[in-house]
Write a protein that binds this ligand. Structure first.
Ligand code: RIB
Length: 369
């Protein structure tokens, strides 16, 4: 058996004429010849090793190792119709809310030998449409999508073309789509109720574009809260809409926040990035938080607790949301018994220093013995 030893491989790679061949991909035919088996046997070792004897399998694997053969997945996927790739389309890859969701989904999918193709639409419907087409051309086996549009038509069209699709951070039940999301109306109610319960009368909502369903639901939650508060006291809600759910847009909203009439004494933000921007803008304007302006975010991303003052926020179970969405998608992609369902998580208010007056430090001498 003419095995290619390390010495021969070194000599052949030394000569100039072979440098080109050293860059050429090794073919499955060359592996079969070296292992003295058929191409079909090499393919079985790669795709269905249980049908190949241990001795032959060892000989083929040695040939693969010694030639550094890497199979052509594109050709393989054409044959078997599976790419073992999942497309993940998010609104903003820079938002730690999404990275935590992806971490949960990836942990589930990698255990089943799937890889992810990550795309960020930056809240652009055109970019989302282009990514859907590119991912379909790459024959992804399924999609996890946080949609830009509030009407879900693009996601429904993907499913109609036979691409299993599960929505992230968005309820899909109205369109018969699987989804994993949080009750955003309830989440916003928790934030606004907290501020009204602290005695604030005029609160503001710094919100993202109304095209994003989550922003619509968070406004509805704040509206329900202010309606309840009005039953027993003076209460008002002013919405400041920005162009995107980003830190810069949050900072830009501070001018409108401080000019609003009546001047709010508290502000809730549609997500933590907006809240980070609002905090940066308030600090630049010399406005004390929470004494002059209480601030509440939404998501409770990892940095919220690390700020000074630490940010009160509505916690979304991000990792768990990603796990749940990936498990739903796996059922669809693998053909396991499946019923389309919308998994809905409950939000939780995490109260920190940005909305509650700092405890007044009492001189020790005045403390009771
Ligand atoms: O998905 C839309 C928004 O909801 C994101 O910005 C994220 O922060 C979540 O809160």
């Amino acid at each position: 058996m003419n095995r290619v030893g390390p010495a021969e491989r070194r000599r052949s790679s030394a000569s100039g004429t072979d440098r080109a061949s050293a860059k050429r991909r090794v073919t499955i035919r060359e592996v079969a010849r070296l292992a003295q088996v058929s191409i079909g046997t090499v393919s079985n070792v790669l795709n269905n090793p249980s049908v190949v004897s241990a001795t032959t399998r060892r000989r083929v694997l040695d040939a693969i190792d010694s030639t550094r053969f890497v199979r052509n997945t594109a050709a393989h996927q054409l044959r078997v119709g599976k790419s073992r790739t999942i497309g993940v389309v998010l609104l903003d890859i820079a938002n730690p809310f999404f990275t935590e969701i992806v971490r949960g989904a990836e942990h589930v999918l990698r255990d089943q030998d799937y890889v992810l193709m990550l795309c960020s639409t930056d809240e652009s419907a055109n970019r989302e449409h282009r990514y859907f087409r590119v991912l379909e051309e790459h024959r992804v086996d399924g999609l996890l999508v946080c949609p830009v549009d509030s009407d879900l038509e693009s996601a429904v069209a993907l499913v109609a073309r036979g691409i299993p699709t599960v929505l992230l951070d968005r309820d899909g039940s109205s369109h018969g789509l699987c989804s994993a999301a949080v009750d955003d109306i309830r989440g916003a109610e928790l934030a606004a109720d907290h501020l009204f319960d602290l005695g604030h009368q005029a609160i503001a909502l710094v919100n993202g574009p109304a095209a994003i369903r989550q922003c619509i639901d968070r406004k509805e939650g704040a509206r329900r809260s202010v309606q309840r508060a009005r039953r027993c006291r003076s209460a008002s809600l002013q919405e400041i809409v920005v162009g995107a759910l980003t830190i810069d847009q949050g900072e830009a909203a501070v001018a409108a926040l401080l000019a609003a009439e009546p001047r709010p004494s508290a502000v809730m933000c549609a997500n933590d990035l907006l809240a980070f921007g609002v905090l940066r803008g308030l600090a630049a304007a010399g406005v004390a938080v929470p004494e002059e302006m209480a601030v509440v975010g939404y998501d409770d991303v990892v940095f919220a607790s690390m700020l000074s003052p630490s940010l009160s926020s509505v916690r979304q179970p991000k990792y768990e949301l990603g796990v749940a969405a990936a498990e739903l998608l796996l059922e669809e992609v693998t053909g396991a018994p499946h019923e389309h369902r919308a998994i809905r998580f409950e939000p939780e208010l995490v109260v920190r220093a940005s909305s509650t007056p700092r405890p007044v430090s009492v001189p020790r001498a005045l403390l009771s013995p």
